[in-house]
Design a protein around this ligand. Sequence first.
Ligand code: ARG
Length: 264
Amino acid sequence: MKKVLLICMALIMSLSVLVAGCGGGSEKKADQKASSTEKVLRIGTNADFAPFEFQDVDGKNYEGFDMDLIRAVAKEMGYKADIQNINFDGLIPAMESGNLDVIISGMTINDERKQKVEFSDPYYKSGLSIVVKKDNNDIKKFTDLKGKKVAVQIGTTSAKEVHKIEGVEVKELNSSADTFMELKAGGVDAVVNDRPVNDTYIKTTGGADVKALDELLTSEDYGIAMSKKNPELVKSVNAALKKLHENGEYDKIFTKWFGAAPKK
Ligand code: ARG
């Protein structure tokens, strides 16, 4: 926005013409930016959710399936990707206040969110699973969580689903990393989280102490969220996703992060 204003002022000064559409309207959305400026896609994510979004060891780059996918989408649309790391429960509010163009954050498409945002076509199939300490033999399935302490990430479908189980004491924490830490520290009996994230945690960090259970609760589709006020952007993002499916780029990114091509 600042850039746009500066360019507008420069234009007015040098050409002494009135440039329509400059200034005012704090809600310049991705598709409506002046073509003379570099088009930037403001992307929100909660980068603590490997293999979908995380920061590399130096904390400089955002990596993961979602990150590669959204960069490819932005490129396809002719935008520069500007990734911002925000708490998961702050993502939709940030979009509602006009600070983000898209959210990609392993975000499940559901009716509650659809009242606030518009989703792209689904781009990944997921579901929830349980992680417990290796020596825990009481919890084998979701119904065993009754009467137990369970950590979940705040604002997620895990939080919503675990609250439905009778007699569970739910601890809502800021990030999925925090939920795993709480389990290791013995503050809870179990963690509920998206299965690919649980599996990645076990593969990369927690394998010696914790295990994931096989049962999958829910079947969820991830989508890219956008403002309801920007239907043009939704169309272009879907067109870009379609293109990436057609030209093999989606499969390439999928295989990079999940080791095999997606099931068709
Ligand atoms: N799929 C779940 C949901 O939409 C969890 C997403 C959490 N994403 C993250 N980047 N922490 O609620």
